[in-house]
Write a protein that binds this ligand. Structure first.
Ligand SMILES: *[C@@H]1O[C@H](CO)[C@@H](O)[C@H](O)[C@H]1NC(C)=O
Ligand SMILES: *[C@@H]1O[C@H](CO)[C@@H](O)[C@H](O)[C@H]1NC(C)=O
Ligand SMILES: *[C@@H]1O[C@H](CO)[C@@H](O)[C@H](O)[C@H]1NC(C)=O
Ligand SMILES: *[C@@H]1O[C@H](CO)[C@@H](O)[C@H](O)[C@H]1NC(C)=O
Length: 343
């Protein structure tokens, strides 16, 4: 009687182990072969390991084959990535601690800035002040993003169709697509700009303003209404033709997070390219990076320029290009992003 029950139990455990193993195999989560032995301790151990893996799988933050926000893949990454940081400035989080505010004020040495609270208040009377809907996660979501930098290494890359196949396509600053479609693609879902780097955006493109000073936020208000601001430290467009419901604001505190946590205070503040990469880590499940880094001759220039020595912008000392590039490559080496170097 006891022997039969024992055998029944063994069969039951085996069947369970079988099911769990097959399920996790089907879910493509395990690639270690399972060694079946009759040692009950070993069986229990294997069973619990498989069960843990299965549970981990069902608790995965997304449905892609890898999820950026998944913990435990890279300690280096987990030490830097802070999921609770809010990438967008919204009506609900428009508050800056004094320390962050003072840091931000120094970025471009703004003199006699207008009150920030007052400015933000005016701004959110004109634009919605949301962006939170982009942050909603779901374990059944697989949001694939392409972050397209402006490097000359995109020339003759033929990446266009691949870039366009992503759910989100991020571009930045003066990046044109017209005339470069086969290499850089034609779709843009979000475009990162600041007043001095603004270019006319296509219809339906979301504009993400990166504010480096209070005047940048005032410029958004002015450019959508009175058109009084035409100059910051450079001439800027008086008016912009963008649907005001499609304008979002990069949170100044998120800029500080990128600087503290990811750049560990290298350079004076992060470049637009680097800010876009870390932003994408926070709202996407998979990130593919195109158009970052030098071309294969070591030149730093934009893909729309013919002058290969036009990389002088790297030597201004504002951004630490080498450190930013090291972090970006490290993100790729720990499999959090894919880095496409051009062909
Ligand atoms: C993550 O960010 C939140 C604020 O958004 C902060 O309170 C928390 O301390 C941060 N965590 C780490 C580990 O830095
Ligand atoms: C904005 O208002 C909050 C209180 O609502 C205050 O603590 C903060 O110091 C103000 N910030 C600035 C830059 O004036
Ligand atoms: C900006 O506007 C001022 C006053 O309207 C004008 O004098 C100035 O020439 C303009 N500057 C540019 C760069 O358009
Ligand atoms: C980044 O810098 C560290 C420290 O200098 C170095 O060990 C590492 O190899 C660099 N990684 C890449 C991808 O360049």
């Amino acid at each position: 009687m006891l022997a039969i029950r024992k055998r029944g139990l063994k069969m039951f455990v085996l069947a369970l182990l079988f099911i769990v193993t097959i399920t996790s195999f089907l879910l493509n989560y395990t690639n270690n072969a399972v060694i079946v032995t009759w040692d009950p301790k070993h069986l229990v151990y294997q069973f619990s390991e498989q069960f843990k893996k299965l549970m981990k799988y069902t608790r995965r933050p997304c449905s892609c084959s890898t999820c950026i926000s998944e913990e435990g893949v890279s300690l280096w990454f987990d030490e830097r990535f802070n999921q609770t940081m809010q990438p967008f400035l919204t009506t609900r989080n428009a508050f800056m601690p004094v320390e962050s505010y003072n840091w931000w004020l120094k970025l471009q040495g703004e003199k006699n800035p207008k009150g920030l609270n007052e400015t933000i208040h005016e701004l959110f009377e004109i634009i919605p002040g949301d962006g939170d809907q982009l942050l909603e996660r779901s374990s059944s979501r697989c949001r694939r993003c392409a972050v397209v930098g402006n490097s000359g290494n995109l020339k003759q890359s033929q990446y266009g169709p691949e870039i366009d196949s992503h759910d989100f396509v991020f571009r930045m600053n003066k990046a044109p697509t017209f005339g470069y479609e086969s290499d850089v693609g034609s779709r843009t879902t979000h475009h990162f700009v600041y007043p001095e780097s603004y270019k006319e955006l296509g219809e339906n493109v979301n504009m993400i303003v990166i504010p480096f000073k209070t005047l940048d936020l005032r410029w958004v208000v002015s450019a959508l209404t009175t058109g009084t601001i035409n100059h910051t430290y450079l001439p800027v467009p008086r008016k912009i033709k963008v649907d005001r419901n499609k304008i979002m604001v990069y949170h100044p505190i998120f800029i500080k997070y990128v600087y503290d946590s990811w750049l560990q205070h290298h350079g004076r503040y992060p470049s637009t390219g680097f800010l876009s990469v870390i932003f994408a880590l926070h709202i996407c499940d998979e990130v593919d990076l195109y158009g970052f880094g030098a071309d294969n001759k070591g030149n730093w220039h934009h893909y729309w320029e013919n002058n290969p020595s036009a990389g002088a912008f790297r030597q201004t000392g504002v951004h630490d290009g080498d450190f930013e590039s090291n972090i970006t490559l490290t993100l790729a080496s720990v499999d959090k992003i894919h880095f496409f170097t051009g062909r």
